[in-house]
Ligand binder design. Structure first.
Ligand SMILES: Cc1ncc(COP(=O)(O)O)c(C=O)c1O
Length: 354
């Protein structure tokens, strides 16, 4: 048994060894000559999103705890991207993988999970967590449980984590210590790693978390009420949760911004014109919040940098955010936010009233 675990860990380490770091892209915004903006491009991981880091850590944690051994079926509750990355690692280790997901998950993500030989167990509007737990018990499998474990599986003190990588890549820039790092939260694992690292390394950098419309994280951050729940799931895939997840650590966050879904979608279309590439919806949420902070800094005459994340690419959302019919059928009109973003691009100011 130990021999199989040793080999499994070696296989994951070798996968890591074959990968290079993700790029930190500088985004040109001529109207803000003294506020530099960077996007860490997490879409270039082998399984296509920032969740590659989390999936690697979750598998290593499961293996080193003795939860995963030869032949253990792996079960997860996921809104999509995590399951794609976990299916990738399960395939690497020759393990069966089953993702319990909302039925509304994009067709492209389901296809990608299946591409890595993962199985999809779609739930109508029920409890994906309970169903994943039930399946794991029934199959004598391991519920890998990102929503509990995301905050603890990553070595937040460094060891090549996302925070370590950002600071190393910023070291030759004119403002190497960012004023803000802006991310969004699904599990909250990324924000927990960044927030702890910023404190541990005594950086001045502040952490801002952007939250989409249908999510309780913002209200929980403001009120401290852990019991808040909502019925409707988030329309920005991968981020925003209907309950306060155990892996969401509010105390490491310096500021939160609520971002309307139309603003997130308008921002990815704006980014397509700016970067000549497509990003996923959560990148729009991050960037819209980052632009607001940058406009304030510009207004105050500050000279500084801001870093945010490009979480995944747009290829997973061709039938949704990049489809005009889908946008109008779901009642989204991006015009007002597109005008706002254009005004920001040309003036560096963010119009206050929409
Ligand atoms: C596309 C995308 N962006 C952002 C996130 C948020 O990351 P985290 O789970 O670390 O909070 C997720 C998580 O599922 C995601 O899938």
């Amino acid at each position: 048994m130990r021999e199989w675990v040793n080999q499994a860990i070696a296989r994951i380490e070798a996968d890591f060894q074959r990968s290079s770091d993700t790029h930190l892209i500088q985004v040109e915004l001529p109207a803000l000559p003294n506020v530099d903006f960077y996007l860490k491009d997490e879409s270039t991981h082998p399984s296509g999103s920032l969740k590659h880091r989390l999936a690697r850590s979750l598998f290593l944690y499961g293996l080193c705890n003795g939860f995963i051994t030869e032949g253990t079926p792996i079960i997860e509750s996921s809104s999509g991207s995590t399951a794609v990355s976990e299916a990738y690692f399960a395939k690497l280790l020759g393990l069966r993988f089953i993702a319990v997901m909302p039925r509304a998950t994009s067709k492209e993500k389901i296809e990608q999970i299946r591409f890595y030989q993962g199985e999809c167990h779609l739930v109508d509007n029920g409890d994906i967590y309970g169903e994943a737990r039930r399946l794991a018990k029934e199959m004598d499998g391991h519920y890998i449980d990102q929503f509990t474990n995301a905050e603890r599986v990553t070595d937040w003190r460094g060891n090549n984590n996302i925070a370590d990588s950002i600071f190393a890549q910023m070291s030759s820039e004119r403002f190497p210590e960012p004023e803000w790092i802006v991310v969004s939260a699904g599990t909250g694992g990324t924000s927990a790693t960044l927030g702890r690292y910023l404190r541990y390394r005594k950086h001045r950098t502040q952490l801002c978390v952007a939250d989409p419309e249908n999510s309780v994280f913002f209200d929980y951050y403001k009120t401290g009420d852990e019991s808040i729940t909502i019925r409707q799931g988030s329309n920005v895939e991968g981020i925003g949760r209907p309950r306060v997840e155990p892996s969401f650590i509010a105390t490491v966050i310096d500021h939160m911004i609520k971002v309307p879904d139309e603003a997130s979608f308008a921002t990815i279309h704006f980014l397509q014109r700016l970067l000549n590439r497509q990003c996923g919806g959560s990148t729009g949420t991050n960037v819209y919040a980052a632009f607001q902070l940058m406009a304030q800094m510009h207004h105050r005459g500050q000279s500084a940098s801001v870093v945010s994340l490009l979480c995944d690419g747009g290829e997973r959302y061709q039938h949704t955010y990049y489809n005009d019919n889908w946008l109008s059928q779901n009642g989204y009109d991006l015009t007002a936010y597109t005008n706002r973003l254009d005004a920001f691009y040309h003036s560096g100011e963010f119009p206050v009233v929409l």
